[in-house]
Write a protein that binds this ligand. Sequence first.
Ligand SMILES: NC(=O)c1ccc[n+]([C@@H]2O[C@H](COP(=O)([O-])OP(=O)(O)OC[C@H]3O[C@@H](n4cnc5c(N)ncnc54)[C@H](O)[C@@H]3O)[C@@H](O)[C@H]2O)c1
Length: 335
Amino acid sequence: MVLVKDDLTKEISAAIAEENTFVVTDKNVEKYYPLFFRDCDKFVIDPGENSKTLDTMAAIARKMLECGADRKTKIIAVGGGVVGDIAGFTASVFMRGIEWTSVPTTLLAQVDSGVGGKTAVDLDDYKNIIGAFHQPTDILVSLRFLETLPERERLCGLGEIIKTAFLDPKIFSVVESGLSRLVSFDRDTLYETVKECIAFKERIVAEDEKETTGRRKILNLGHTVGHAIEKTDKHRLSHGEYVLWGLLYESYITKNFISYEYYLYMTALVKKFLKGRKLKFDSASVADASLSDKKNSGGRISIIAAVDKGEQKELFFSRDEIFEGIERCKKELNL
Ligand SMILES: NC(=O)c1ccc[n+]([C@@H]2O[C@H](COP(=O)([O-])OP(=O)(O)OC[C@H]3O[C@@H](n4cnc5c(N)ncnc54)[C@H](O)[C@@H]3O)[C@@H](O)[C@H]2O)c1
């Protein structure tokens, strides 16, 4: 069941209060919403990507055993993408798999990571390298959580929303008509957008749950170069901000293969969200980092191109083509 509402405080409290549940959250979420976590079996992780490890997972499993968890225990993940990924992955392997509920509390998690059943932890420098597809039984999306979200995390979620808008004509219209309201985090516009993004992701996941047909790959728009910049920049900014940079560079790199009008539109929209921000990086290092993307094939770098509204295709480039594209984009768009 997927429930999206302005305020699901009661429903979330009721889910946590059910018998045989185990809650995973992080210290920030616990600090902002202490009432949810007063009387429950729980594990509270340190916030941030560094917690997404096998060690944290083992600590969660140990605490679950101490609390008497069994095959009928349900994990409830209340947090951003880090909490969702690690709690969902723990659910996928604890006693060979138990149920879990996703309660995403960041905008990124509400429109993206909290839906779709991809769960994982990192290993050394490899992000999401050990994981499983394990769908949550329920997804409870309460817009209220967004009230406490810091500016950086807002932009992070907006980055994923813009990406989705370039993939789906319906979201494109919602974003286009409510752009200024979206940027100012107007709740009604957010509600409409979050609902549409979830519906879109569910449709794509239903078509290609385990990334076997390639359909799910389109969700990686902006992510090849975006991830490569994120890696070389050592994760200083939020993930969604790197996605925005990735969208900008990737639309430039693919511009000879897509509608010119759409290219101009995407570039203008992304620049609006980046609000004149600058990001200096070494193009050669980013081109090298793109070479290790999981989606690549035969040494060629996979880029999803948004050809036009609702139309995408996967293109492949050499490392040098990516390098030259980035360099030219920097000069031409004065980045
Ligand atoms: N599984 C997927 O399909 C998928 C998709 C995209 C990203 N991801 C993963 O998601 C993670 C990023 O997720 P994220 O951006 O949500 O990061 P996050 O979970 O680290 O949360 C960002 C920050 O916001 C804080 N926070 C969470 N909710 C809050 C709230 N309501 N109010 C105030 N602060 C709050 C957190 O404590 C943290 O400091 C990455 O690990 C990425 O790999 C997974």
